[in-house]
Design a protein around this ligand. Sequence first.
Ligand code: HEC
Ligand code: HEC
Ligand code: HEC
Ligand code: HEC
Ligand code: HEC
Ligand code: HEC
Length: 347
Amino acid sequence: MPAFFLFTGVGTGLAFHDGGVARCGGCHVMHGELDGQVVMIGNTPLLAASSSTDLCLACHGGNNGVFALSPLDPSPERGAGNFIFLLEDNLNDGPDGSMNPIGGETAGHNVISLANGVGVDTQWLFSPGGNFPSNELGCVSCHDPHGNSSFRMLNGAGPVQGGLFTFVNSAPEAAGINGTNPGSFETDDNHTAYRSGMGQWCANCHGTYHDGPGSQIFEHDFDEDISDSEMDNYNTYNGDADPSGGHSATAYLAAVPFEYSGAEIDNQAGPGPGSRVMCLTCHRAHASSAPHALRWDMNAGSLDQDGVVSGSFPIPNPYLDPGQGSLCSKCHFGDLETSRLVPAESP
Ligand code: HEC
Ligand code: HEC
Ligand code: HEC
Ligand code: HEC
Ligand code: HEC
Ligand code: HEC
């Protein structure tokens, strides 16, 4: 679907989502200009598209949006990742990847959009670790269609989707780079600044996934302070080819972010006391071209193998070294030479 509305708000000086009542008609079918009432069918407002997700994607799809036109040509990365990877036929870049395809469905959140060919996730009936129903998942499960003051208009504590589900934890504190400008994209000095609460926010639907005895696949802290040894490792690690050549003032890697209060989008320093691991240290919020919306492909022996076997989009390698391995090493270099720390990948 073309992004035919995207810049309607630009030029008037109004950001679309806080454009006030005049903008209701951007999303709803209205009774005439004068009385300005939203047309309701019972308790449900009539939308200007066949579903709320299709509505969002009418403006936010396309080559500059969060649902690009081709999985091999995603939009510039701005933090959350692109839903187009859900349409990939294979994400498995392991040596046996062509024999054991991992379908695009596992690339991330299956936001149901008939217009874009995304159906209900068939692997999970509910969010793993929690109980959000997969057959209701759409943009407004996570974002407030009427705008709010939260980071990226994320839903805070309270009812979502007209009471279908209730969030217990509030929206995260963070700041993002320009979310729609074609010239804006993620770099090591222009990236989402994660300040607090992201792990708890994901936990609204996923519980304390990976943490504690309930986690079935892979146990890892989230929303915990980074301990001294991992902190030192992050600060000195500059890729497998130069594992101790880094400096804390420039150690930040947008591909492996962490959270701390006071974070800024142009921060380039590595972690200090109080910096935390959180879900988005390893995952993208929307989707990626690796299984489970991971930020790098755990199946690929080295990052330059990403995309080679599966034919999926190769996630950029942040280091020059073609032999660079998994970015878990940003915090665990050395530890990972024992395969003990590498979780077995599941389809
Ligand atoms: C960015 C798109 C967008 C804009 C702009 C917008 N709405 Fe909505 N609105 C939605 C969506 C999506 C829903 C949820 C529909 C659903 O769940 O089926 C909704 C739901 C509603 C509802 C039902 C009750 C509720 O809150 O869920 C009312 C009433 C409503 N909108 C009125 C308005 C009015 C009045 C304006 C202008 C001030 C407006 N909307 C602007 C997208 C929008
Ligand atoms: C008519 C076009 C239009 C529709 C429909 C639309 N948006 Fe937007 N959206 C925009 C524009 C333009 C911007 C950038 C300016 C701004 O921040 O308002 C934007 C910005 C955003 C942002 C980034 C806000 C930030 O803080 O940086 C999010 C998130 C977003 N929209 C989500 C949605 C969701 C979810 C829906 C569907 C309920 C939706 N949009 C529907 C035009 C639209
Ligand atoms: C509104 C509820 C909701 C929120 C909030 C939410 N998720 Fe999910 N998530 C789901 C549902 C439902 C599924 C299962 C359906 C699917 O995979 O599309 C899922 C699946 C996943 C998967 C597995 C994808 C796959 O197919 O293997 C990952 C990874 C994930 N979520 C991570 C996160 C992270 C990280 C956050 C916070 C940034 C988050 N989720 C926030 C509802 C949610
Ligand atoms: C599972 C929750 C979830 C769902 C579902 C979701 N988003 Fe997001 N979205 C987020 C989070 C979290 C961020 C911020 C991610 C970051 O910066 O790391 C975000 C960021 C964005 C941005 C800012 C630009 C960017 O690429 O980071 C836009 C625009 C946006 N979302 C639109 C949408 C639209 C449109 C949909 C539906 C097609 C959607 N989102 C579905 C959680 C979600
Ligand atoms: C240190 C990195 C890391 C952090 C932090 C992390 N994850 Fe994961 N996650 C992974 C890896 C690696 C996998 C794939 C494991 C596998 O397939 O064996 C995964 C898989 C998943 C899956 C897919 C489950 C499945 O059985 O296929 C979900 C859902 C998920 N993570 C959610 C979350 C949520 C929610 C958080 C925060 C509360 C989080 N993760 C934090 C690394 C991480
Ligand atoms: C931002 C830093 C960071 C990243 C990136 C990271 N971890 Fe961790 N990891 C930690 C911290 C902090 C601990 C807790 C260490 C402690 O308690 O002393 C930990 C603990 C672990 C443990 C438990 C170690 C033990 O001996 O009990 C495993 C296993 C692990 N990580 C694997 C991974 C894998 C696999 C990845 C990549 C998917 C990863 N980690 C990415 C910071 C990180």
